[in-house]
Write a protein that binds this ligand. Structure first.
Ligand code: TXA
Ligand code: MG
Length: 336
């Protein structure tokens, strides 16, 4: 069993001891919980991949205590990147930059770039300040699954594999950081997150959006990712009731994540009204999907979200969570 820690001095010491021994420490950030290892210890970083079941060539983010450490990890810091770091760090922004010579391949997945971020969660700051080195950390979930936003999520999913879980309560944002890569003089938004593209553009006007064939790999930007185990389908608001009814034929349970209350109660439908405010919806998203995933339902129907900047990161995660469910759904429709 993982120990549950609050960051008292003694608990912080235990986390530091684990990191220095090459073990894994889960810790809270303002976005989601991270599964951390000493970024300067390739064997420790490889342990992250083993625990997550993540393919070895996928790079991980190195978390730093402050902007002063940037040049220990990046050999080049373009003006735009520096200005973004000054504006948004500590905070939910990850910068992908040309890597410094000492950064191991375990961290970069063999690429010439490294992803760097300074998180703002006080407990993450406390840990990083005390550790002094970089902490490599992907989200603390199994590969492809929902990111954890509470310490319980980490314990449920990764349990004994993590020597220490620092419990910093619920993550304030609940969605992963915005990722901006700088390559060949260009800035590119690789993953939408809490910081909208418009705010990045105020500082880097030439921001391009989405990966191209020369972009560094971002596994969360391909195929099914951020997904519950239960197949998830996105449906327009007006079709939720009819789809839920059709799927619940024979008394089978169906889950709904909506932005409104149901028109009428239905005994086979587990309904969460996640509200109309993007910030709150995003904060609750993974926790709500976990709840629905555990509810024994055969499908999760998600009401589509507005096509608006405040909803961009949420829409992105829902699309990826739904990827892969389509084929299964069609097969089942044929069979029933
Ligand atoms: O909010 C977050 O970013 C959280 C917290 C824990 O910091 N971390 C997180 O890590 O979401 P992860 O590994 O689940 O997602 C990070 C993404 C991955 O898609 C990875 O491929 C990408 O960042 N990434 C890491 N290094 C990269 C690099 N050198 N080039 C391009 N993408 C990179
Ligand atoms: Mg992840």
């Amino acid at each position: 069993m993982a120990r549950v820690l609050r960051a008292t001095e003694a608990q912080l010491e235990a986390a530091l001891r684990s990191l220095r021994a090459g073990e894994l420490v889960a810790f809270p950030t303002e976005t989601v919980y991270g599964l951390g290892a000493d970024a300067g210890n390739p064997a420790a970083v490889r342990r992250i991949f083993a625990v997550k079941g993540r393919p070895a060539h996928h790079p991980v983010i190195v978390h730093l205590c402050g902007i002063a450490q940037l040049r220990d990890w990046a050999r080049e810091v373009p003006q735009g990147a520096l200005r973004l770091a000054q504006r948004f760090w500590p905070g939910p922004l990850t910068l992908v930059l040309p890597r410094a010579g000492n950064v191991s391949e375990a961290v970069t997945g063999g690429q010439d770039s490294v992803a760097l971020r300074v998180p703002s969660h006080p407990m993450a700051q406390q840990l990083l300040a005390a550790f002094q080195g970089g902490i490599a950390a992907p989200s603390a979930n199994r590969y492809g699954r929902l990111s954890p936003t509470r310490a319980e999520h980490v314990r449920e999913e990764l349990g004994a594999a993590v020597s220490v879980v620092l419990d910093g309560g619920e993550c304030q944002i609940g969605l992963e950081s915005t990722i901006v890569a700088f390559q060949g003089g260009r800035a590119r938004l690789l993953r939408p997150g809490a910081i909208p593209a418009a705010q990045i553009r105020r500082i880097v006007a030439q921001l391009q959006v989405g990966a191209d064939e020369t972009s560094p790999r971002v596994p969360g930007s391909t195929s099914a990712h951020y997904a519950p185990a239960t197949p998830l389908i996105i449906v327009p608001a007006g079709q939720i009731e009819s789809r839920a009814e059709a799927l619940s034929a024979g008394g089978r349970r169906v889950a709904v994540l909506a932005r409104r209350a149901p028109l009428a109660a239905h005994p086979s439908v587990t309904w969460i009204d996640a509200g109309r405010r993007a910030r709150q919806y995003g904060h609750d998203l993974y926790d709500n999907l976990r709840t629905l995933d555990k509810s024994g339902c055969r499908r999760i129907l998600v009401q589509d979200v507005p096509d608006a900047p405040a909803w961009a990161a949420i829409a992105d995660r829902l699309r990826r969570a739904a990827a892969g469910a389509g084929r299964e759904d069609a097969a089942e429709a044929d069979a029933t």
